[in-house]
Write a protein that binds this ligand. Structure first.
Ligand code: FES
Length: 361
């Protein structure tokens, strides 16, 4: 009995102390959280520091595809699936998967296909980046990491092979069984074919190459039906390919798990705006008005920070992610994780739920 009394007294004291601390925190002039001296979002976000790299090698990797080696000093390490933001001479920002060897310090390798009717980024890479050109690079970041598995099935379409290639090398190094379905318009247009076939080894059926001009469309259903139980399926390529793989993935308790990387939104971000609101830029000391038909990104660039980085403006690249210090966010992307949503937002699509947000900018 005396023991129980002692326990209740100690527990009661702890509860009161905790309440007192909470109310002190709430009354503190430091609440809500002030901006940190070193920003943790936007340009200064860990891993997103801008670096000037030099193009030291440019190779025609396949028809319409150039491979670039970018060299610099003290480059952050990366793992398969990572990409960098490349700031092109016009200021346009584009994301490119790293397809070299993570163990090669001092350089990153990317490959880009010329998209004739694209938004212009690939044309700029093809026409303006040559050996000796200096470009700004941010990252790397990884939204397509290779998780542990006892077996992998990789499915790549065209230039979608770039994040998959380092995954193949890693699976091979670690002795994990893998298979690859690699599709493209023609063999001549498919980058890294020779390296992949060498990796698979002669006489194996680990790689299935489907060139549309010779073989027609790949039989995705057959590949997925042949996936080992609990295998991890990694897919990157055109949107219709990824949608088809998702639709054909077998069901069931031992079904494979699907991992994809999209370079376009899975579904369009909710259109239009909402009620107008204000955004305080704590670090800059400015407040901007966000009209109902304007994004937070546009409002901040127009009224306060014209160089604020962005790329897709559709909520899928992550370039415009910023840290929120106060205010409730109406998240309108499907990229950020729940943990990231706790303290950040994508300012190209997301908005305030109330009449004010405070950002670490
Ligand atoms: S600019 Fe791409 S997510 Fe906002």
């Amino acid at each position: 009995m005396p023991r129980m009394r002692t326990f209740l007294v100690v527990a009661g004291a702890a509860l009161l102390a905790r309440r007192a601390l909470r109310s002190r925190v709430a009354a503190s002039p430091l609440w809500p959280m002030p901006a940190l001296e070193n920003p943790t979002s936007g340009r200064g976000r860990k891993g997103s520091q801008a670096r000037q790299l030099t193009v030291t090698e440019r190779t025609e990797e396949a028809e319409g595809v150039v491979r670039l080696r970018l060299e610099g000093t003290e480059l952050p390490s990366w793992e398969p699936g990572a990409h960098i933001d490349l700031v092109l001479p016009s200021g346009t920002v584009r994301q490119y998967s790293l397809c070299g060897e993570p163990a090669t310090p001092g350089s990153y390798t990317i490959a880009t296909r010329l998209i004739e009717d694209g938004r212009g980024g690939s044309r700029e890479v093809h026409e303006q980046l040559h050996e000796g050109t200096v470009v700004e690079v941010r990252g790397p970041r990884n939204r397509f990491p290779l998780g542990d598995s006892h077996a992998y099935v990789f499915i790549a379409g065209g230039i979608g092979i770039t994040p998959i290639l380092p995954m193949l090398r890693q699976a091979e190094r670690e002795g994990v069984p893998w298979r690859l379905l690699y599709g493209g318009r023609s063999r001549a247009s498919m980058p890294f074919l020779a390296e992949i076939e060498k990796l698979a080894g002669a006489g194996t059926d680990r790689v299935t190459v489907v060139a549309e001009d010779e073989d027609g469309r790949p039989d995705l259903a057959a590949v997925l039906a042949g996936a080992p139980p609990y295998a991890a399926v990694y897919c990157c390529g055109p949107e219709p390919l990824m949608d088809a793989v998702a639709a054909l993935l077998p069901d069931g308790p031992d079904a494979p798990t699907l991992h994809t990387e999209r370079f376009a939104p899975a579904a369009p971000a909710p259109a239009g705006g909402s009620a107008p609101f204000e955004v305080e830029l704590r670090r800059t000391g400015r407040t901007v008005s966000v009209p109902s038909d304007t994004s937070v990104l546009r409002a901040i660039r127009d009224q306060a920070l014209p160089d604020l980085p962005y790329s897709c403006e559709q909520g899928f690249c992550g370039t415009c992610q910023q840290r929120v210090l106060a205010g409730e966010v109406d998240h309108r992307d499907d990229l950020l994780t729940d943990a990231e949503r706790d303290d950040s937002l994508l300012i190209c699509v997301s908005r305030a739920r109330g009449d004010r947000l405070v950002l670490d900018l």
